[in-house]
Design a protein around this ligand. Sequence first.
Ligand SMILES: C[S@@+](CC[C@H](N)C(=O)[O-])C[C@H]1O[C@@H](n2cnc3c(N)ncnc32)[C@H](O)[C@@H]1O
Ligand SMILES: *[C@@H]1O[C@H](CO)[C@@H](O)[C@H](O)[C@H]1NC(C)=O
Length: 261
Amino acid sequence: MTEKNADSNNMGIFSCITTPLLVGLLLYGLNKTFGKTIKNWLFASFWKRAMIEYHSTMREMKKSHFDSMQRQKSADVDLRKKSVLRILEIGAGPGANFEFFPKNSKLMVVEPNAFFEPLFFENENKYPDIQMDKFIVSNAEDMKEVEDNSVDIVVSTLVLCSVTSVEQTLKEVHRVLAPGGKFYYWEHVHDKPETWLCLIQSILSPVWCFLFDGCNLNRSIDQTVLGCKVFSQVEQKRFNIPLKKGIWGIIRVHVMGQATK
Ligand SMILES: C[S@@+](CC[C@H](N)C(=O)[O-])C[C@H]1O[C@@H](n2cnc3c(N)ncnc32)[C@H](O)[C@@H]1O
Ligand SMILES: *[C@@H]1O[C@H](CO)[C@@H](O)[C@H](O)[C@H]1NC(C)=O
């Protein structure tokens, strides 16, 4: 073997190992960067359609859930005089709750999926009585940009199923709420043990989580709210939504509640 041949043989072995490695790394990198982007885009388009049916069915029930907000007063003396409430909505998505917020509310949003932003503002334009404060692209578990004791109301609808940590999110919600402030939540939950639905939810949970942007079917959010012991008062109740067909049947058990700081 001449020296030149040995060299090219070594190169051959070298590239046999490095080429797949580089391709692998590239694909991994692309998936890491764009996989999340594609999933976010897909989910935003999917939820835009799904929510039309959900929200038109649930409108009246949601209205009564949020009704007491009309009587809530701001902890800030100046704002109270002007009847302004500071609302923070976590995971607002395309904006499903504007119609329930009192007139003159000042709204801040924390939402990690930036693909919802254009839709959110399109909907927001229909509610000129609500003053838009900030749309923060971030997770609810870590709301650095929101100061302690700075909002009167926090709202979450169908979000705690998707956060990485419910406990951490509740701590953050409690931190940003002013004393006397209220957390309004409306979430789907794990059915009570020993029911068929509970079992089905447990089995489907991993696949569902993958398909629907990290949504967990198996969370007993009501128990976590009580168990975390950060709120001074919790009022909540479980109920079944009137939608039964297809995917709605699987998430039909819900909890609605108000937790006070
Ligand atoms: C099922 S959608 C509900 C959207 C809207 N709240 C509604 O009721 O129609 C779940 C929302 O939670 C958001 N989300 C997911 N993980 C989150 C997190 N860690 N913090 C805040 N929001 C999150 C998603 O981007 C999405 O907008
Ligand atoms: C819920 O399901 C997920 C998988 O989707 C699993 O990792 C988790 O441990 C389950 N949680 C509970 C409370 O059973």
